[in-house]
Design a protein around this ligand. Sequence first.
Ligand code: CUA
Length: 341
Amino acid sequence: MPGAAGCARPVDVARTQEWQAEGRGMNGAFHLLPPSASDAAGRYDTLMLVEFLVTGFVALGVAFMIVYFSVRYRRDSDADRSAAPAGGRKLEIAWIAIPLLLFLCAFAWAAYDYARLYRDPPGAMPVFVVAKQWMWKLEHANGRREIDELHLPLGQPVKLVMTSQDVIHSFYVPAFRIKQDVVPGRYTTISFTPTEAGEFHLFCAEYCGTEHAAMRGRVVVMRPDQFAAWLQQGDAREGMAARGFALYRRYGCSGCHEAQSSVHAPDLHGLLGRTVHLQDGRSLVADEAYVRDSVLLPKKEVVAGYAPIMPSFAGQIAEEDLLAIIEYLRSTGGGDARAGH
Ligand code: CUA
């Protein structure tokens, strides 16, 4: 991978051995499934169990009939073959319609659960994830940063906003039953609520280069009061929103987007969660990805009533800076103004 050598991190042998010794989260015992530690995990486990039972029941039924008919109608059996049916329209319709209905139910159920991963629950706490070869960099709204570790409060809905600095990675926490590609050049998000305190594996689930297998960490779910205390520890940094405001001025956003500016540019206060009408007639609800595209690809979605004069900042702004600016915009209020800052 180009540029990989420069930022290569030695494999942490001690930590790897410690993990193997502990079998972290697994206790060495055999488990059919990893621990179930999020609302998504409960939903998926139920779905999987029901699908397993339905398909298992059908498979057993078919196997039983094969054996039964093989014995009953073997060549020299005295079974009555005088009135053999020539066809069975009703039977044929039944074996087409019933499986079709079952599959459609499974599809609808799974699609509903899947869609819930991408709908932020009200009050979701944003956490920002930047992946690179080969580490996870995480930042909380108050500016607390972590590497290869993610601390979360128990029972609080979380929304991860993720991007990559180099290649495609995948954020995978088996205990939460979540796995989401982390893609350079755009944001992906995923929402869930931790339902159990403890430590859980975090893996990269997309082959991303030599040390892909070492690109892992842990998720620590704490009681809300413990989490609040943890969040305040560490090197005192300004919150993301404050840093974002400084960047908002430094990159010159404020020069055009402030109300008193002489340039005719949209007002960004309370933008996140607001419905935006575009020049081409479409409308959308402004989210993190929309802000990102507006900064890097300003011609893509031009707001109705404004000239497309915004310059692109592609290649000039670091991912972390862009996330901070988004946090600043979130802090200015609007429909999505729920994050602490
Ligand atoms: Cu990152 Cu595999």
